[in-house]
Design a protein around this ligand. Sequence first.
Ligand SMILES: *Cc1c(COP(=O)(O)O)cnc(C)c1O
Length: 434
Amino acid sequence: MKYFSTRGAGPVSLDEALRKGIASDGGLFLPEQLPTFAVADFDAADSILEVAAVLLKPFFAGSSLQGDVEGILDETFSFPIPATALPADDQNVSMLELYHGPTAAFKDIGAGFLAACLSRLEGDVAKPLTILVATSGDTGGAVAAAFDGRPGMRVAVLFPEGRVSERQEHQLCCWSDNVLSLKVRGAFDDCQSMVKAAMADQDLSSAHRFSSANSINIGRLLPQSTYYADASLRHFRRTGNKPGFIIPTGNLGNAFACVMAREMGLPIGPIILATNANRTILDYFDSLEWLPRTSLQTLASAMDVGDPSNMERLRKLIGEADVLRDQLGVASVSDDEIRAAIRQDFIEFGFATCPHTATATHTWRQLEPGLARQHDWILVATAHPAKFETIVEPLIGEQVPLPQELEEILSRPAHSVLIEPNLASLAASLEDVG
Ligand SMILES: *Cc1c(COP(=O)(O)O)cnc(C)c1O
């Protein structure tokens, strides 16, 4: 399998696409051609691991990782990803729970797969690869957890002092010696500039073998198609219906993986993108003009994206807005609607949803009645509500029980190093990574 940039550069191998993250012409990597499947191709695949093996093997053709696919998938899909039926009158609706990984959010799956691949490609105990991540919250924890304790790999996580919640901070700071947690006296933008400056510095770069685990890396996307394949196959075998998916969407990585799965022939019905008040995608479908903008802060903060990177992949794979809007639905959900949905979910379902997941439950309740009845629906839950307890608990009037995975993380000792927002401080602290 060969990979090309959305802007034309290539071809490169999977190994090179994983190593580079972004193409030399600034574009994003996509496979030359998606493999296609019939439902029967998965007849022998009972578990999500077996589905992953059928679905993802073609992407490894010609890669030096080809012989390691099983091990990579074992490490990636090491926790359950169930679709749980929801109580709903006359409707078949379920929730796809993507939050049973080590940091209780769906990014654990992409980060886990990328870490499993990169450590096999680049792990070197004598001269470790150093992954630099700037984070405003969720991504850093998932990346740290994925690379935690991997020989020949190190991670430096940079986060802004006082700008992440207590629980989030703990998740960035409770890992083994190969993860360096750096609390920066500055804002998220400072963290990001420091990472860029470090990558651009020749001496530092070669001394530490810098790499990134950026969300645009193809290694973060590919494994995500697996849970859409698995959930749709299970549903289709049981009911004969192709379920529709409603997906909380920010940078469009998770939803793009669902589109890929449908393109590959999986039994998937309508796909609806649930965004927060950041309306870039909705406005593009309305006006046919792509107008990225600066992001607005919302309660669903991990979706605060005004210029979703993966739109470039979607336009390359499917087409421009006039084509896209026939194939995808999109909704924009305000903070007030998110609050109302969290309350309503608690009353109707008996459990709370996180602010991101609430954009999907709200969108489902607002579906035009004909469309709602015409399909079965799977609402995608991207994080556990206990990660956002300061938002959720006041709305439902009680505590959200901690899931086991978060309890485990929060019970570990945490440690971080406070640094100034400049390259010299980052360089000095990197000398200490174990
Ligand atoms: C990252 C994230 C999203 C958005 O996913 P994209 O792939 O960026 O669209 C939604 N919910 C949660 C909890 C996230 O962490």
